[in-house]
Design a protein around this ligand. Structure first.
Ligand SMILES: [Zn+2]
Length: 279
């Protein structure tokens, strides 16, 4: 749910790196032989990503034939494990702002996820634009299923823009303890299809529950500080503090569960007037 810049490194550079000291000669030879096809596939991938037609890409890609296992090996036996390949892997991974997983916006990005699965698209196994930093949880949750149509296509952090307005919102339930419920508020310029995709992404990665659990922990942790600030300075100062905290989260990563929580707390008359003491 966070937008990242497309990696600057190309598939040609990735292929050169993974074959540099590859001991398995047949693999190395086949990867080198297919590098021009990988370059052609990269051009098609970038165009389809920008056009929002990645779900239609498989028909346009060069056929893999019997080279699938070699191309997949370029990832597992090259990009992940070889020295030169790992440098490129780490370079792509470093695209995640503050190591935050762009898919959930919560976990630490420690792996690369194939946006289009390498088992279905071996020609894209080491295409940098198809490799997205992700936390382990999101990476495992992603299936190797090919998206059938546009609404089935999960958000792509390199190509899908969620705009610059707040679309992730939280609602505070005035319970004891207080809890936060998260939801997507569609941006004004979102199409119905794009809205469906965002909601699907939100559901697919279990973000409603993940964010609510994380918020419960943060509410418990911040309670004493907020209670003290309310006692010392009053509800207006507490509201200002929460708004400034939300702005801080916004400045680092845009829409985040923490920022949405701070905004919701600032908007809650119940909370800023002492609701935290009921936790
Ligand atoms: Zn994640």
């Amino acid at each position: 749910m966070l937008q990242l810049d497309i990696p600057e490194v190309t598939v040609a550079e990735a292929a050169a790196a993974v074959t540099l000291r590859m001991r398995r000669q047949p693999h190395s030879n086949r990867i080198e032989a297919r590098t021009s096809d990988m370059k052609a596939a990269e051009v098609l991938y970038l165009a389809a990503g920008r056009d929002g037609t990645l779900h239609d890409l498989s028909r346009q890609l060069p056929a893999t034939g019997s080279d699938g296992e070699y191309l997949e090996f370029a990832y597992d036996g090259g990009l992940v494990t070889s020295k030169a390949g790992r440098d490129i892997y780490d370079q792509i991974l470093a695209g995640a702002p503050y190591e935050r997983c762009p898919l959930c916006g919560r976990g630490i990005a420690t792996t690369l996820d194939h946006q289009l699965p390498k088992s279905e698209y071996p020609i894209l196994a080491i295409t940098p634009a198809n490799l997205v930093p992700a936390c382990n949880k999101c990476n495992q949750r992603k299936s190797s299923k090919d998206p059938a149509d546009e609404t089935e296509t999960l958000l792509h952090p390199y190509f899908d823009s969620l705009g610059t307005s707040q679309w992730l919102e939280a609602r505070i339930h005035e319970d004891s303890p207080a809890r936060a419920e998260y939801f997507v508020r569609p941006g004004g310029d979102w199409s119905a299809t794009f809205t469906d995709r965002v909601v699907r992404h939100f559901t697919f990665f279990g973000l409603r529950r993940q964010y609510a659990l994380a918020a419960a922990g943060k509410l418990a942790t911040d309670r004493i500080q907020h209670s003290g600030l309310l006692k010392r300075a009053g509800p207006d100062e507490l509201r200002l503090h929460l708004q400034e905290a939300a702005a801080g989260y916004w400045s680092t990563a845009g829409n985040t569960w923490e920022g949405a929580l701070c905004n919701a707390l600032a908007d809650s008359q119940w909370y800023v007037n002492g609701g935290m003491n009921e936790i």
